[in-house]
Design a protein around this ligand. Structure first.
Ligand SMILES: [Zn+2]
Length: 154
């Protein structure tokens, strides 16, 4: 099925790569940071505070010739769960990636408990999402429950 993308000039301009759209403006630079875009040699276009019917304002990121792994995509779900990810090949959207918060996640989030072993020793963090809608994550080690606003990426 061919998806009509003509109304979205920024998408149209990308030949091959990934477009991350509908990022809340205040989360844009967090997405940039968790994907480590600053370390990539690829062409990257970042737009922020763009008008959006749904969000008021939004951010968008286009990355040429990069296709993320499910693990990387899961990270985006933690901070911008309603972002839309489109895979572009030859100027067309060939795939829309569904963002899913994983059941558990290792070595990505930081525990908010300063006494937690993961903050004292070199132990990779490990969280279980006990409520995906509210984004409540429970630490495997100290059992502290981290809420949406506490979820800190390492
Ligand atoms: Zn902990």
């Amino acid at each position: 099925m061919k998806t009509n993308i003509n109304h979205e000039l920024v998408v149209q301009a990308l030949k091959n790569g990934t477009v991350i759209d509908h990022i809340p403006s205040d989360k844009l630079f967090q997405v940039v940071s968790i994907l480590a875009l600053h370390t990539m040699p690829n062409q990257i276009t970042i737009g922020n505070n763009l008008e959006s019917k749904k969000l008021g304002i939004k951010g968008i990121i286009k990355i040429s010739d990069v296709f993320f792994t499910p693990k990387e995509v899961n990270k985006i779900a933690l901070i911008a769960p309603n972002a839309k990810i489109n895979i572009i090949k030859n100027y067309e959207v060939i795939k829309k990636v569904e963002l899913v918060i994983p059941d558990e996640i290792k070595d990505t989030l930081q525990c908010i408990n300063p006494m937690c072993i993961t903050n004292k020793e070199h132990v990779p963090t490990h969280f279980y999402f006990i409520d995906k809608k509210k984004r409540l994550a429970k630490c495997h080690y100290c059992e502290r429950i981290c809420k949406d606003e506490d979820l800190m990426l390492k």
